[in-house]
Write a protein that binds this ligand. Structure first.
Ligand SMILES: NC(=O)c1ccc[n+]([C@@H]2O[C@H](COP(=O)([O-])OP(=O)(O)OC[C@H]3O[C@@H](n4cnc5c(N)ncnc54)[C@H](OP(=O)(O)O)[C@@H]3O)[C@@H](O)[C@H]2O)c1
Length: 356
């Protein structure tokens, strides 16, 4: 299947299978010739199709790639959605026995090998990254990844915390700043402030000097979102946010994928008439034209970026962005970890630890 140009922009173009490392080359590069990795040969449920392969051959690095020994890798809803729902649409490929799919986008670990043209990293560097849609698969002991997606791990967080950051933080960073152009002093309403993406969005928006209103469901969520620095938290299990937020008082509304009807119903009445912007990360119910003039940016899709990761690192190092980790699972317990994520009761990120 041809890959649409929009997907190509997100790094989804097909890649040819990389050559495998010979045992001699592996020894010279001090990496094993095989490693363990989660893979699947067919789309379907993780229970049925996901396998922990014991001896996946190590591929030869491309000149611009580096090899990371994975310490930790975080889970995202996309991992299962790609496997079960929209993998073909996102990647333009089908997994097979010859070319199985890996799973996982987020990674933190140590550089163990660098390609000939890698300039910014050396063996031993502690790094973190979001893998691109063309070659994800961080639920593994080793991962080869393009230098352009990798940043040094902030020194003040653990590998588990660092792994929890890239996918969700890049999503919220891009939604708020790249797409909605949130500015200092503006008022932002974050729908789903206690989700993984929402938890980051609250902190980033505060760090940028915005006035942050965020929704939560129930007392525990309320306390979490409040602790992240929101100026105003609305518990939507007790009251509708639309009854609390003043008409046409919000500059930016960011739906963290929890209210697909919001734009058509209440958002336009809360957004500023001519300058309000609305952005979401899940498909919207068929969006109607703006009644008041606010701009519907619509659904955005995250893309990996080392440059933006470096900016996120500076927020982490200054203490403005604190990773929120719900739980850490050992490498062999990916299935229970995926189950935990599916309950939608995780508050913060679920992390898989590959090395000790
Ligand atoms: N477009 C993109 O690039 C992109 C990037 C990242 C994530 N996403 C999508 O965005 C959604 C959220 O991702 P995430 O990583 O933040 O998810 P998450 O924290 O792992 O789980 C969030 C889910 O828990 C429920 N939930 C938790 N707190 C809530 C609250 N305060 N208000 C309402 N519902 C709440 C919602 O499920 P229910 O609504 O089913 O109850 C929500 O979808 C997912 O659907 C994910 O696939 C898209």
């Amino acid at each position: 299947m041809a890959v649409p140009s929009t997907l190509r922009a997100y790094g989804c173009e097909q890649r040819s299978e990389p050559a495998q490392l010979t045992q001699k080359e592996a020894k010279a590069a001090s990496v094993p010739s095989t490693f363990r990795a989660y893979q699947y040969e067919k789309f379907g449920s993780p229970d049925c199709e996901l396998r922990l392969r014991e001896s996946v051959p190590t591929s030869r690095l491309e000149a611009t790639q580096l090899r990371i020994k994975v310490h930790s890798a975080a889970l995202n809803p996309a991992d299962q959605k790609i496997m079960q729902d929209f993998g073909l649409a996102i990647t333009g490929r089908q997994p097979s026995a010859e070319a199985p799919f890996g799973m996982g986008f987020d990674v933190a670990g140590t550089v163990v090998e660098t390609g000939d043209n890698v300039t910014q990293f050396k063996e031993g560097d502690a790094v973190y990254a979001m893998a691109p849609f063309s070659s994800f698969g961080t639920f593994a002991e080793y991962v080869a990844i393009e230098e352009q997606f990798v940043a040094l791990k902030p020194e003040n967080v653990t590998f588990e915390e660092a792994a929890s950051v890239p996918y969700t933080a890049l999503t919220s960073y891009q939604a708020l700043f790249e797409h909605a152009s949130l500015k200092e002093g503006e008022r932002v309403l974050i729908l789903g402030g206690s989700t993984a993406t929402g938890s980051v969005a609250v902190q980033l928006a505060r760090a940028m000097g915005a006035f942050v209103i965020a929704t939560a469901i129930g007392c525990q969520d309320y306390l979490l979102v409040e602790s992240l620095g929101a100026n105003q938290v609305i518990d939507v299990s007790r009251q509708k946010w639309a009854n609390v937020v003043d008409a046409h008082s919000v500059d930016v509304m960011y739906d963290c994928g929890v209210e697909r009807k919001a734009w058509n119903y209440d958002a336009q009445a809360a957004l500023k008439k001519d300058s309000g912007r609305y952005v979401t990360i899940n498909p919207m119910m068929q969006p109607r034209a703006a009644k008041f003039g606010a701009k519907c940016i619509g659904e955005i899709m995250v893309h990996p970026s080392a440059e933006q990761l470096r900016e996120l690192s500076s927020f982490i190092e200054s203490g403005a962005l604190k990773p929120v980790v719900d739980s850490v699972y050992s490498f062999e317990r990916l299935l229970p970890a995926l189950e935990k994520l599916k309950t939608k009761k995780a508050r913060g990120k679920v992390v898989l630890r590959a090395a000790y």
